[in-house]
Write a protein that binds this ligand. Structure first.
Ligand SMILES: [Mg+2]
Length: 94
């Protein structure tokens, strides 16, 4: 495994940790805590920042170049909000 592969693997793991932290908020609530006392929102913030750190390491140490693109972000936000409206119309979102 080379450095790029190692960092990509780490990126996958951090994505999974963000997923887990979001799931814990849904399962146990925003005020829930981990056994070590870390709050669920605090944990999500930690994992989000871990993810950003690994993205930065990829950009700094490999030929992978990924950047925030406000156009893509805007499109995604609109798509997610549209899906929220669909879910509301289906009584799957209150
Ligand atoms: Mg992490």
């Amino acid at each position: 495994m080379n450095l790029k592969e190692h960092l990509l693997q780490t990126l996958q793991e951090e994505c999974a940790e963000v997923i887990q932290a979001a799931s814990k908020i849904n399962r146990f609530g925003e005020k829930g805590t981990y056994p070590d006392g870390t709050g669920n929102i605090e944990k999500l913030e930690q994992e989000y920042n871990d993810l950003i750190a690994v993205v930065e390491l990829l950009k700094e140490n490999t030929d992978i170049r990924i950047y925030e693109d406000i156009r893509l972000i805007t499109l995604k936000k609109a798509k997610v909000m549209l899906h929220c409206e669909v879910a509301k119309n289906n009584n799957a979102l209150v």
